[in-house]
Design a protein around this ligand. Sequence first.
Ligand SMILES: Cc1cc2nc3c(=O)[nH]c(=O)nc-3n(C[C@H](O)[C@H](O)[C@H](O)COP(=O)(O)O)c2cc1C
Length: 173
Amino acid sequence: MSKIVIVQGSLSKDSKTVIVVAETERVLKSRNIDFETLDLRSLELQFCDGRNLADYNADMQKAYRILESADAFIFGMPVYCWSMSGVVKNLIDITAGALENKVAGILCNAGGNRSFMSSADLINVLYYESGVMTVHPIVYTSYEDFKNGKLVNEKPLAKIPTMVDALMKQLSV
Ligand SMILES: Cc1cc2nc3c(=O)[nH]c(=O)nc-3n(C[C@H](O)[C@H](O)[C@H](O)COP(=O)(O)O)c2cc1C
């Protein structure tokens, strides 16, 4: 059975990426898809400085092992200056070897409704650093899609299962 690892890439305690990740978890559960969520808030994060994996702390090594155990990923990226957050890029730099030649879906969560192309940076980094191919559609959310701590816009809500389908299709070829 294929396993998906979801990376929750926001460190905010009031994160909206977390809400989109929770909705994605609901879809995966409803389809009996094996998954594990790596919430970056739960790790003692270190910066990448090019050292060997064994010289990072236990949490970074744990993150590597979890990512290594995946057949595919779903990256929940908060948009920071039309790009991924620094912690997401830092995680990829440290764990690039665990991602190699796998596939990924993207949950791109921004403040404004015009930062959709921010996910292009993540697509580039995943491809050029680890040969990770990403699937369409990308799920894009912004502040206006949430109400009372819930994702309420039907458009991204509908895109989550479509993105999961696209990911599972890649795993079956
Ligand atoms: C440093 C920083 C840069 C940001 N840059 C953008 C941006 O370029 N475009 C945008 O639409 N929102 C931007 N935002 C807003 C975040 O994308 C928004 O708050 C989002 O909800 C963050 O995800 P989170 O709630 O899961 O932490 C920025 C926020 C921060 C803190």
